[in-house]
Ligand binder design. Structure first.
Ligand SMILES: Cc1cc2nc3c(=O)[nH]c(=O)nc-3n(C[C@H](O)[C@H](O)[C@H](O)COP(=O)(O)OP(=O)(O)OC[C@H]3O[C@@H](n4cnc5c(N)ncnc54)[C@H](O)[C@@H]3O)c2cc1C
Length: 541
């Protein structure tokens, strides 16, 4: 059987993944799992996809759409509709495992060109048919669901090329549906890099990065996607919006930032002009440290960011629990060097790992690394070489593949992230830990990444046995408490995952009523009939 729910829910490499022996041993111990629990796969989702919901568009509408986009670019079979029903939020995966798809799209359409997108939006606007722009479907905030049916607009099939690399301006004009690796490979051949590497890099698109306002793992050096965009081309039901590629201007206000983080609610981004970077991997310097405490690691990180000697690109601290798990699963606990670390006062339950990379000119990277080492040392940072950071970078995408095998053995596993200023970071971290640890048997790994002069992103990964038979409600309640805790401790609703439908109801906590009204007015202007990704996205009507 090759058209099962499991084919849809799997992340990454579609081959089945295995939890490595060291990690499995740790998980078994922590959660007291028996061999039987591990052998009996929970909600495996390997049944054939069958949809109950019939297509609600009329035959005439389907024929009109075929004429507009070409027969071969419209899919109406159950599997394709199911395949475009969800992103990668934890509950999406639970529903797929249970074969629950109440509101699939009516059809999946892959436009061939920017002009096709214009034709489709014009038609759908006239006929009030919902359109949901879809990139890699890696949304973790329920951003690509179709609660009112309509069209899932697959931008990856045809709109996936680099249109131009301008080596004078150091920019690339790229179509929105291009996946990360293809884009990066194209640039690498010319001696450049895009600089944006989210953990979902392999399976997310340029348009999705912009629409969800993401951040890559080198964002401390290169900035969020917001900082990388020079210009956008967007098709809205009201018309096409396109800005020029000036380096800066003072021509009234810029409209293109409205589409950065618009999550498909205003229009379809078809092209993006992005800044590109020199690719000089031979100059990159790596450094890894162990600190005696989360406080001292955080202090060093802040001092580095607030110094004037230059900025790392990858910059990351794991808190004590994440560090301990890394030591255990990477087989470091048994090593002689671990004994030395302990003797020097770097103790389990307290110590923290820091990973750093610096990119750029050779003399620059050398200089920055030297100063980072100095600042780290001043704050108890013990230099452990470049190896651990390089090892971490090697598995930075594939670690996400563990989600399915973990859910298969009944482990709830998800992440949540927030932006917070330095003055509130430690108290937010402590409060989240207090809240989470009220749950019996739970692992909470936290790290700081995406770092700024005035604060950083705190990212939490949690693992806990599912409440079998009550998986969704249990998760929902737990997640709500988590968001409440973050909110009451001065954290943002999101730093880079976006809002989607998961956080939509919390928008009123994050921004004022006036801001919501302004957002709705913008939505009403570009999308007067409410056809773009309708159903509560971003808290919009
Ligand atoms: C394992 C994993 C790791 C992740 N790690 C990161 C990370 O490190 N950093 C990060 O920022 N995010 C991360 N994410 C979240 C997700 O990958 C990002 O939000 C990503 O930018 C989404 O891109 P996509 O192409 O998959 O978009 P989709 O999921 O297809 O769409 C996301 C939203 O954007 C809209 N959209 C997509 N394309 C367009 C377009 N062309 N025009 C208009 N609207 C559009 C959709 O309607 C939807 O609302 C991760 C997700 C997973 C599953």
């Amino acid at each position: 059987m090759d058209k099962t729910y499991r084919d849809i829910l799997k992340w990454g490499d579609k081959r089945e993944q295995k939890i490595d022996d060291a990690t499995l041993k740790v998980i078994k111990e922590i959660f007291s799992l028996s061999d039987e629990t591990i052998a009996n796969k929970h909600l495996f989702g390997d049944t054939e996809v069958k949809l109950e919901k019939k297509i609600s568009l009329s035959e005439k509408q389907i024929n009109d759409l075929k004429e507009l986009a070409g027969d071969e670019n419209i899919l109406t079979d159950d599997f394709s509709r199911a395949n475009f029903s969800y992103g990668k939020y934890y509950s999406d995966l639970l529903f797929l495992r249970k074969g629950i798809i109440p509101t699939p799209p009516d059809v999946v359409i892959a436009p061939k060109s920017h002009n096709d997108v214009i034709k489709l939006l014009t038609y759908c606007n006239h006929n009030k048919i919902p359109i949901i722009p879809v990139g890699g479907q890696s949304s973790v905030t329920r951003g690509v669901e179709t609660p009112q049916g309509g069209i899932a607009l697959d931008l990856t099939k045809h709109l996936n090329q680099v249109l131009d690399v301008n080596e004078i301006n150091m920019t690339a004009n790229v179509q929105a549906g291009m996946f990360g690796p293809a884009f990066e490979e194209h640039l690498n051949k010319l001696g450049y890099s895009c600089g944006h590497f989210p953990q979902s890099f392999e399976y997310s698109t340029v348009g999705g990065w912009v629409a969800a306002r993401g951040a890559g793992q080198a964002s401390t050096g290169y900035g969020k996607i917001d900082d990388m965009i020079v210009a956008l081309k967007v098709v809205t039901p009201a018309g096409v919006i396109e800005n020029k590629d000036y380096p800066a201007n003072a021509e009234a206000w810029d409209t293109y930032p409205l589409f950065v983080g618009s999550e498909g609610t205003l229009g379809v981004i078809t092209e993006v002009i992005m800044k590109i970077r020199n690719l000089r991997p031979e100059n990159t310097k790596y450094a890894s440290f162990v600190f005696k405490s989360f406080e001292s690691a955080t202090k060093a990180m802040r001092e580095i960011m607030q110094s004037d000697f230059g900025t790392p690109h990858l910059f990351r601290i794991s808190d004590p629990e994440e560090t301990d798990i890394a030591f255990k699963t990477k087989g470091f606990e048994e090593k002689f060097s671990n004994k030395v670390l302990k003797a020097l006062g770097y103790l389990p339950g307290k110590r923290c790992l820091m990973f750093v990379s610096v990119e750029g000119d050779a003399s620059y990277t050398k200089f920055v690394k030297k100063n980072i080492k100095k600042t780290a040392k001043k704050n108890t940072g013990f230099y452990i070489g470049s190896g651990p950071t390089k090892n971490w970078l090697e598995q930075r995408y594939s670690s996400a593949y563990m989600r399915e095998p973990l859910m298969d053995i009944g482990i709830m596993t998800d992440t949540i992230e927030t932006a917070v200023t330095w003055e509130n970071l430690l108290s937010l971290h402590a409060s989240v830990r207090t809240y989470v640890k009220k749950r019996e048997k739970i692992v909470l790994m936290s790290h700081i990444s995406h770092v700024y002069t005035n604060g950083a992103n705190l990212y939490f990964t949690f693992l806990s046995p599912m409440e079998k038979g009550n998986e969704e409600d249990d998760y929902k309640q737990f997640h709500k408490g988590l968001v409440d805790t973050i909110h009451s401790n001065n954290g943002s609703l999101s730093h880079h995952h976006g809002i989607g439908r998961v956080m939509a109801s919390r928008m009123k906590d994050a921004v004022s009523e006036e801001v919501i009204k302004a957002m709705q007015a913008v939505k009403n202007h570009f999308d007067p009939n409410g056809i773009m990704n309708p159903g509560g996205m971003l808290g919009l009507k």
